[in-house]
Design a protein around this ligand. Structure first.
Ligand SMILES: Nc1ncnc2c1ncn2[C@@H]1O[C@H](COP(=O)(O)OP(=O)(O)OP(=O)(O)O)[C@@H](O)[C@H]1O
Ligand SMILES: [Mg+2]
Length: 354
C-alpha cells in the first residue's frame, strides 16, 4: 500500500504561491529525500502533510486515507504521522525522556516505550538529562526518537542533520536509516545536502518553482537529469553545444556516445567532470587554468583550444600527478553523455529513459 499520496497540492501564503501542484507518492518502507533551494517550500510541504497547514487545493492521503482535500481535514494528532521539525524543537524545560514521551498517552509516558526509543537512538542512559546538557547531535537524536514515539508508519524529517559537522552527519545518517528500517517506517527527508540525498534515499524529489521537477532513484537522477538546470544539482557539469545524429553527438571534444536517443539536430550536451580524461590520446588540446586539491581527488579547470574556447572542469581521481597551471594537455571524454535538444523548452526531458 502507498504510505503517502500527495496530488495536485497547492499552497500560498497570502499572495505568495509556495507550492504550485505537487505530486508525490511514497511506497511502503521507502525513504524519499526532498531537495530544493532555500525558500522553495520544503518545510511547507512537510507541514501540510503533517497537518499543521491546510492545502489550498489538491489532496493528501496517508495509508490510503484522505486527510486533506476539499471536504476533509484530519488534524495533525489524528494522522499518525511522525514529524521531526527543522531545528531547535526540543522543549527546554522537559527532560530527555519527557521530550520523547510528549506525544504519547499519559499512561505510556512512564512505560518501557520511552526507554526503548532512547536505546534505539543510542541514548539509553540520558533520559534524565535536559536538552541544554546534550550535544547538538544528541539533541537531534532525541528529536528523532520523539518523532518515532507514536510508532508512525510515515515519518517526516526536516533537515534532521542541519546543524551538525560532516563526521557526525555521516554517523547520524546511517543511524537514521537503520532506525527507520527497524521501525518499518517510510520517510520523507528534507535536505539541501546533495550527498545526503543521493547516499541515503531510495528516491530523490527535486523541487523547483513549487513543483516536483524530477523524482527518481539517485542513480537515474544523476545519469538522466531531466534538464541542464537539474543536472547542476549534483556535481560539476560541463555543458557543450553539439549536434545529434542517432545515438552519437558531435561536440568540440569529438564525437560522443549519447546515453539515450535524442532527436537529431542541435543539442546541449552534459559532460560530468569525472568523465573528462586528461592526456587522452587524440584528445582536444587544452591549457590548465588552475587546480583544486581535495586529497581523495582534485578538480582541474581547463580552457580548450577548440571552437568557442570552452572552459571545462575535470575531476581527477588520482591527484598525485596533477598538471601545473599553464601546462598544455589533451582532453577526452569517457562514457556516454546526456543530450537535450537545444530548442527544447527547459523542463521538458529530451532524453528517453533507458
Ligand atoms: N507562515 C508563513 N507565512 C508567510 N510566508 C511563509 C510562511 N512560512 C513560509 N513562508 C514563505 O514560504 C516560502 C517557503 O518557505 P519554506 O519554509 O517552506 O521553505 P524551505 O524550502 O523549507 O526553505 P529552507 O531550506 O530555508 O528551510 C518562503 O518564501 C517563506 O518565506
Ligand atoms: Mg525549511
Amino acid at each position: 500500500m502507498k504510505d503517502l499520496e500527495v496530488t495536485g497540492l497547492t499552497k500560498a501564503y497570502g499572495a505568495t504561491a509556495v507550492l504550485r501542484g505537487i505530486d508525490l507518492t511514497i511506497e511502503g518502507g521507502e525513504l524519499v529525500a526532498v531537495l530544493g533551494p532555500s525558500g522553495s517550500g520544503k518545510t511547507t510541504l512537510l507541514r501540510v502533510i503533517a497537518g499543521f497547514e491546510r492545502a489550498d487545493e489538491g489532496s493528501v492521503r496517508v495509508h490510503g486515507v484522505s486527510v486533506d482535500d476539499a471536504d476533509t481535514f484530519v488534524p495533525a494528532e489524528r494522522r499518525h504521522v511522525g514529524y521531526v521539525p527543522q531545528e531547535g524543537s526540543l522543549f527546554p524545560h522537559l527532560s530527555v525522556a519527557e521530550n520523547v514521551g510528549f506525544g504519547l498517552a499519559r499512561r505510556d509516558r512512564r512505560g518501557p516505550r520511552v526507554n526503548d526509543l532512547l536505546a534505539l537512538v543510542g541514548l539509553a542512559d540520558l533520559g534524565r538529562r535536559y536538552p541544554h546538557e546534550l550535544s547538538g547531535g544528541q539533541q537531534q537524536r532525541v528529536a528523532l526518537a520523539r518523532g518515532l514515539a507514536i510508532d508512525p508508519r510515515l515519518v517526516l524529517l526536516d533537515e534532521p542533520f542541519g546543524s551538525l559537522d560532516a563526521g557526525l552527519r555521516a554517523a547520524l545518517r546511517a543511524d537514521v536509516r537503520r532506525v527507520l528500517r527497524e521501525a518499518g517506517a517510510s520517510a520523507v527527508l528534507v535536505t539541501h545536502d546533495q550527498d545526503e540525498a543521493l547516499s541515503l534515499a531510495d528516491r530523490v524529489a527535486l523541487i523547483r518553482d513549487g513543483r516536483i521537477a524530477q523524482c527518481d532513484t539517485p542513480e537515474r537522477l544523476y545519469a538522466h537529469p531531466a534538464t541542464p538546470e537539474l543536472a547542476r544539482q549534483f556535481g560539476e557539469v560541463n555543458l557543450l553545444a553539439g549536434t545529434a545524429r542517432g545515438d552519437r553527438v558531435t561536440t568540440a571534444l569529438g564525437e560522443l556516445e549519447a546515453a539515450a536517443p535524442v532527436s537529431p539536430g542541435p543539442v546541449q550536451v552534459l559532460v560530468r567532470s569525472e568523465q573528462i580524461r586528461l592526456g587522452a590520446s587524440g584528445g582536444a588540446p587544452a591549457e590548465v587554468l588552475d587546480t583544486e586539491f581535495y586529497g581523495h581527488d582534485a578538480v582541474v579547470r581547463l580552457r580548450c583550444a577548440v571552437e568557442g574556447d570552452p572552459c571545462l572542469l575535470a575531476r581527477v581521481a588520482n591527484p598525485a600527478s596533477l598538471p601545473g597551471r599553464g601546462e598544455r594537455v589533451t582532453v577526452g571524454v569517457e562514457g556516454p553523455v546526456v543530450a537535450w535538444a537545444r530548442d527544447a523548452r527547459e523542463g521538458a526531458p529530451q532524453t528517453r529513459p533507458a
